[in-house]
Design a protein around this ligand. Sequence first.
Ligand code: ADP
Length: 270
Amino acid sequence: MDGIERYRVRTGQIIRLDEWDPDETALFDGSKKEGKALLPALNQRLEALQELLWAQHTHKLLIVLQAMDTGGKDSTIRHVFEGVNPQGVKVHSFGVPTPEELAHDFLWRIHQCTPGSGEIAIFNRSHYEDVLVVRVHELAPPQVWERRYAHINAFEQMLTDEGTTICKFFLHISKDEQKKQLQERLDDPSKRWKFRKQDLEDRRLWPAYQAAYEDVLTRTSTDAAPWYIVPANRRWYRNLVVSQVLIDTLDSLRMHYPQPEEDLAGIVVE
Ligand code: ADP
């Protein structure tokens, strides 16, 4: 998919989410069926790149996934990483902080989950909740969350300086799409367990969340750790975009398999 950069937020770019269409499929002009058929090849490519990352054991990749409720974080992880060797890939979900986590600074629980050499860490929610839900639900006063943008940028800069590559995705759905998904959760007995009354409360706060996301995207997309705004109403397209960004990012690391310790050319296995 050429042109994937259109979804990348440039440093300093001011984001207004109503200018970003969650329905668009601009980089692919085929049917949903044709679009879905492209994913397995991308899965294979990602699998090969992850193997290389693991073998070389030099780079580390941190993927941040944020979205409104029902935005598709879980399903993106399932589809984009299908076939990838679970060794070396860890998913971390960040929920309401525990008392112990709350007794520390907001990055304490996050830092422990960042990837080591050769690893991919996927954050299902992240430190960004500390300027999203915390701001919208007024869990901390403005002077506390306001200074966190700078702390987040400094933290991510430190991680990249120390060898971590960071990709951050905002899965952008419309309010109507969320309605559809929430109703599906209520109607389908196998999905009902995912429904939380809190989701309705958050839905009422949709405009405040969109404003909080706009600030996150505007203030924390950096060269070191860029945000991508992924049109996510069409799940097949969302999967293609996230996969392609990850492939391009890993490709740009120009990885290679490590050299064997000695010249193995003459060795024959009996
Ligand atoms: P998900 O909705 O991601 O599938 P859950 O249903 O477990 O997962 O929801 C996690 C909840 O934890 C969300 O409502 C989210 O806003 C909340 N949460 C995450 N981080 C924080 C935080 N730092 N402070 C308060 N709430 C948080």
